[in-house]
Design a protein around this ligand. Structure first.
Ligand SMILES: NC(=O)c1ccc[n+]([C@@H]2O[C@H](COP(=O)([O-])OP(=O)(O)OC[C@H]3O[C@@H](n4cnc5c(N)ncnc54)[C@H](O)[C@@H]3O)[C@@H](O)[C@H]2O)c1
Length: 460
């Protein structure tokens, strides 16, 4: 009681794109009476009705978010079904906070503080028994459901945070291994079986580098590959984990801002072919993603800038100026946003396309620049074009990212845009915004209009 399960449950359902059912409402509907009236007839009768309503919900086909009442898990039948049919989130609240919220309200079991405290202590044990994850709000519930642990300093806690107790091998490039390799190995203790070094940057995502990693791995199927680094490291190591012995567990430990707010979340893994970037890959969700914003202290400014473009993109999609928050909170909120979108659409068949906001333009400019253009600068320009075509204020992008037009060949950029996989029958399908927080995917505009927007991003 008072943990916020109805409000958090409703928000969670909305953000995960699932139907929401509040068990109390379902009980009231079934009985044709209010919870208070049912209680007045005796708690035993209410509990029996609650149990008879909860059990079919747990057997229903298709994912839903249920808010279960504080007493629902008193029923042994419910407790034994939960682990098979649900991921159970314990909304953590102190007894003081819970009492402050509901004490003396109309709720039948919140009439006097002594009884309330006794119930809290009695039920706590059962809650701990059934909980798969703990959370205190919708954001932390989403992160927990996605296996994403966000906590400054968590690198030192990898020993507890890497699931299981089997061997762990680490993949990292030389720079990241030099700065954090020792800390990570110390944190893993006896489970650590050493570090595999990857080439720096995009070269890590070559087939040769992937093959070298496959050959170097000594893990058994019960082992875990830990990817420590930026998006290049997590992309290739994640793909190595997806394919080695037909798939082993992996843990992502992103150390760039791009990785923490984007690349290490959502299970997309890939390598590049000469024909195109990310042409071969798989969906292989890491068993855990550990996000420690403290490691961003050693990240060079140019890499931070790349990440800021993704933060601004996320803020525009979420409809909140997330870029104004302190960095650790920016990271947490952006990571939660991406996790929710990817849980909603894990295989990129619908809603996830919104994450491409600005990226069709960015990609065309990168191709025209022979990939010499920093990704963040390309995304900043792409966001500018997307906002202009949406008829929205461009101030957040101008102020936060200061995009400068690039000197590339206009025709080459336009040709690259036309070849983009998001172009169907010569018409680009763009992600635009109806308003901040309201993305529209698959928007088709007249080619002249799109070309003019692209041209505006090009200098000279
Ligand atoms: N899988 C996805 O969903 C997804 C999403 C976005 C981007 N990506 C991919 O991510 C890649 C780009 O990732 P990136 O921008 O993180 O670049 P990156 O992985 O190349 O890392 C950038 C550089 O920063 C250094 N570095 C990393 N962490 C550091 C730290 N804490 N301190 C000091 N130096 C550090 C690395 O050594 C590297 O040289 C691209 O290949 C892109 O395709 C994937």
């Amino acid at each position: 009681m008072g943990a916020g399960k109805t409000s958090v449950g409703r928000e969670l359902a909305e953000r995960l794109g699932r139907p929401f059912v509040d068990l109390d409402d379902a009980v009231e509907e079934r009985a044709g009476a209010t919870v208070a009236d049912l209680f007045a007839r005796g708690e035993a009768e209410f509990r029996s009705l609650e149990e008879r309503t909860a059990l079919p919900l747990l057997s229903a086909v298709g994912p839903c978010v249920y808010a279960f009442g504080g007493g629902t898990v008193l029923a042994e039948t419910v407790r034994s079904l939960l682990p098979h049919r649900a991921v159970t989130v314990l909304l953590d609240v102190s007894v003081e906070d819970a009492w402050a919220r509901v004490g003396g309200s109309a709720r039948p079991l919140a009439q006097d503080e002594t009884t309330f405290r006794r119930l809290y202590a009695e039920r706590r044990r059962l809650y701990e028994q059934v909980a798969d994850v703990r959370a205190h709000d919708a954001e932390s519930a989403i992160l927990a459901l996605g296996g994403v642990h966000v906590e400054p300093g968590s690198l030192q806690r990898l020993g507890e945070l890497v699931p299981g107790d089997g061997a762990v091998e680490i993949a990292a490039d030389a720079r990241v291994a030099g700065i954090y390799g020792m800390d990570v190995q110390l944190a893993l203790g006896g489970r650590s079986r050493g570090i595999h070094e990857l080439p720096p940057g995009e070269a890590a995502k070559s087939v040769e580098s992937l093959q070298a990693l496959w050959h170097a791995l000594r893990l058994e199927r019960s082992g875990t590959l830990l990817a420590l680094g930026g998006g290049c490291t997590t992309d290739v190591a994640g793909f190595a984990a997806a394919t080695f012995m037909r798939g082993i567990d992996w843990v992502a430990v992103p150390t760039t801002l791009v990785g923490q707010v984007d690349a290490a979340i959502g299970g997309k893994t890939a390598v590049d072919l000469p024909e195109a970037k990310n042409l071969v890959g798989s969906f292989h969700w890491p068993v855990r993603t550990v996000v420690d914003s403290a490691v961003l202290e050693t990240l060079p400014e140019e890499e931070l800038r790349n990440g800021r473009a993704e933060v601004v993109k996320t803020g525009l999609l979420a409809g909140e100026p997330l870029w104004e928050l302190p960095l650790p909170e920016q990271v947490r909120r952006c990571a939660a946003f991406k996790t929710a979108v990817c849980l909603r659409d894990p295989h990129d068949r619908g809603d996830r396309a919104q994450l491409n906001l600005g990226h069709t333009f960015a990609h065309a400019l990168e191709v025209a620049a022979g990939f010499e253009l920093p990704h963040g600068r390309a995304v900043a320009l792409g966001l500018l074009a997307a906002l202009r075509l949406s008829g929205l204020d461009t101030t957040p992008v101008e102020e936060q990212l200061r995009p400068r037009p690039v000197q590339v060949d206009r025709d080459v950029a336009w040709a690259a845009m036309s070849r983009d996989k998001k172009v169907v029958d010569g018409r680009a399908r763009l992600v635009l915004l109806e308003a901040p927080g309201k993305p529209r995917i698959g928007v088709e505009l007249p080619p002249d209009e799109v070309r003019a927007a692209l041209d505006e991003l090009i200098a000279g």
